[in-house]
Design a protein around this ligand. Structure first.
Ligand code: IMP
Ligand code: MG
Length: 173
């Protein structure tokens, strides 16, 4: 049986907002190279779309982490499944996330990346669910602040499904 998905943010809205973020990032990083760090798998879609709208030189690297927990809750114990290919020392890194929920995954990741001595580190997220925050994280670029609902699409999954939806939606029970 197919799940019914309610559209929360249309494809048009999402892409327009990512374009705006790309323009803002281009202004903020003028004269620098932006080293995008895409957190697999969820932020693949936003990372690619964002990169297309950044006018300064862009390099990209990928990291995969898994947080232990049930399907919809992270525990804060984060395991690196795939580490970055390149050293980040001296680079201006921009970590790109799909969504910040409790903030536990990001808090762990940012601490780990800071220890590798980048020149600067900033954070961009497509979605932010501030109502769910447990660990404080400073977000530099936010696409949309959303209510506490479990969303899918544009990279976000429910049990690995729906990442390919071109919009952000809510699975109706
Ligand atoms: P945090 O450590 O609780 O902030 O968890 C962040 C991660 O949980 C995200 O990168 C997503 O993989 C996942 N996540 C949190 N909320 C949602 C949601 O609404 N839909 C899909 N995945 C989510
Ligand atoms: Mg995920």
């Amino acid at each position: 049986m197919e799940d019914k998905i309610r559209v929360m943010l249309s494809e048009e809205k999402v892409e327009e907002r990512i374009k705006e973020l790309g323009e803002q990032i281009s202004r903020d990083y003028e004269g620098k190279t932006v080293h995008l760090i895409c957190i697999l798998k969820g932020s693949v879609f936003i990372s690619c779309e964002l990169a297309k709208h950044i006018t300064c030189p862009v390099t990209m690297d990928f990291m995969s982490v898994s947080s232990y927990g049930d399907g919809t809750e992270s525990s804060g114990r984060v395991k690196i499944v795939k580490d970055l290919d390149e050293n980040v020392e001296g680079k201006d890194i921009l970590v790109v996330e799909d969504i910040i929920d409790s903030g536990r995954t990001l808090a762990f990741l940012l601490d780990m990346l800071k220890a590798r001595k980048p020149e600067s580190i900033k954070l961009c997220t497509l979605l932010d669910k501030p109502d769910r925050r447990v660990t404080e994280v400073k977000v530099d670029y936010t696409g949309f602040v959303i209510p506490d609902e479990f969303v899918v699409g544009y990279g976000l999954d429910y049990a690995q499904k729906y990442r390919n939806l071109p919009y952000i939606g809510v699975v109706e029970q």
